[in-house]
Write a protein that binds this ligand. Structure first.
Ligand SMILES: [Zn+2]
Length: 168
């Protein structure tokens, strides 16, 4: 599945971030294109970057409990240890994280190589559409919609800015 394969790459430092390319002697602009502030590495982009974290927070408000913005492994550990969420919900959270990571990496490439920028809200909309498309076939769809309303809410966000997916 394409979403989780990017997460696997991110964990194994296989994404061509500025930091990973520099290790191979390839120099590109080191700054993160999402926040334009700090250096770009996998752990920064997922999810220590304020831009990335805002998106995650808009979808899964629970992550506000982190004292410092977490990296990917800390995030997965958090959902693994979380007593209040059970099997199907835990799988759902993993899926949301993988999906968010995929769209952030795409956004990073659009910005870096295409000069095309989407806002936080537009990205939340795209991610919410993708989540809905996938999860609407799951057995627990109704339950998940109640437990994680923000993941589904954003699909209804329509504003004329940079939409490149068809509206429904
Ligand atoms: Zn950043």
């Amino acid at each position: 599945m394409r979403y989780s394969s990017y997460t696997w790459l991110a964990i194994n430092e296989g994404l061509k971030s500025a930091e990973n390319l520099a290790l191979r002697g390839i120099l590109i602009t080191p700054a993160c294109y999402l926040c334009q502030n700090e250096d770009e590495s996998s752990s920064h982009m997922f999810f220590q970057c304020p831009f990335s974290f805002s998106i995650l927070h808009s979808l899964l408000p629970d992550v506000r409990g982190f004292l410092l913005r977490p990296n990917l492994l800390q995030l997965f550990e958090h959902f693994e240890d979380c007593q209040s969420i059970e099997g199907a919900e835990c799988n759902f959270c993993y899926f949301v994280i993988c999906c968010t990571l995929y769209f952030l990496w795409r956004e990073r490439n659009d910005r870096r190589y295409g000069g095309k920028y989407s806002t936080i809200h537009t990205l939340c909309h795209k991610i919410s559409m993708a989540i809905t498309a996938k999860v609407s076939k799951w057995k627990y769809f109704d339950k998940l919609q109640k437990a994680f309303p923000n993941c589904f809410f954003w699909r209804n966000y329509h504003q004329a800015e940079n939409f490149d997916i068809p509206r429904q």
